[in-house]
Write a protein that binds this ligand. Structure first.
Ligand code: DX5
Ligand code: ZN
Length: 220
């Protein structure tokens, strides 16, 4: 079954507690928490202090680090309450495997992410080590964008590489996910879907999550 990760980036921050309750009541699996540093991506979002407060709520936290020098921040995000920590291959460079090891040493699950124009080959060496691979289906940095069509093929390519190597890893997809595009990426092999604007705009968030969860997978 598909896992659903509403992104807090699209929430109304004036009533953040209520918005997170909405995520919990929808039955979503995790809360996706986008960290932006103004360097890796143009915008700045939230850091460790807000995560500590969010962690008081009863839902696992999926922290997506869109930051340079991610190795410097892993420990503090882990301490703040992250369950998953994902770093970008473009930001970690040759230190990608060290970041994964550090995430594991902090007791979290490790994700590696690639931007739309970064090739899967850049992360092939660490597929054994990572728990999750996050394929960005929009340019990272802001919500509300349209999914870039060619990224669906990257999901398919990654799933077939994982299958060929006998690896069972989570493929997470982030950017432009809605009820139409979700189908394309789950059929291609995605098993965890981030949804920001589509979740918070949904009239019935629970029905939205249920529908995403029952999308056809590449196994069917
Ligand atoms: C974008 C972030 C996403 C964002 C997705 O850089 O990583 O998690 O919140 O937003 P939507 O679902 O609106 O594309
Ligand atoms: Zn994200």
């Amino acid at each position: 079954m598909i896992k659903v990760a509403p992104s807090m980036l699209a929430a109304n921050y004036l009533k953040l507690g209520d918005e997170i309750d909405k995520v919990i009541q929808s039955g979503a699996d995790v809360l996706h928490y986008d960290v932006m540093d103004g360097t890796f991506v143009p915008a700045i979002s939230f850091g460790q202090e807000i995560l500590k407060m969010v962690a008081k709520k009863d839902i696992p936290l999926d922290v997506h680090l869109m930051i340079q020098n991610p190795e410097k921040q892993i420990e503090s995000f882990a301490k703040a309450g992250a369950k998953y920590i994902t770093v970008h291959a473009e930001a970690a460079g040759f230190g990608l495997k060290d970041c994964i090891d550090k995430i594991h040493a902090c007791g979290c699950l490790a994700g590696v992410s690639v931007k739309p124009f970064t090739m899967i080959s850049m992360i092939e060496d660490v597929l054994e080590d990572a728990d999750m691979i996050l394929i960005m289906t929009v340019e990272p940095g802001k919500g509300g964008q349209k999914m870039i069509p060619f990224t669906v093929e990257k999901v398919r390519q990654l799933r077939s590489i994982l299958k060929a190597r006998g690896l069972s890893k989570i493929i997470e997809v982030d950017g432009g996910v809605n009820l139409e595009t979700a189908r394309l990426v789950t059929e291609a092999g995605a098993d965890m879907l981030v949804a920001g604007s589509a979740f918070f705009k949904a009239e019935n968030p629970k029905a939205f999550v249920d529908e995403l969860r029952c999308m056809p997978t590449d196994q069917e």
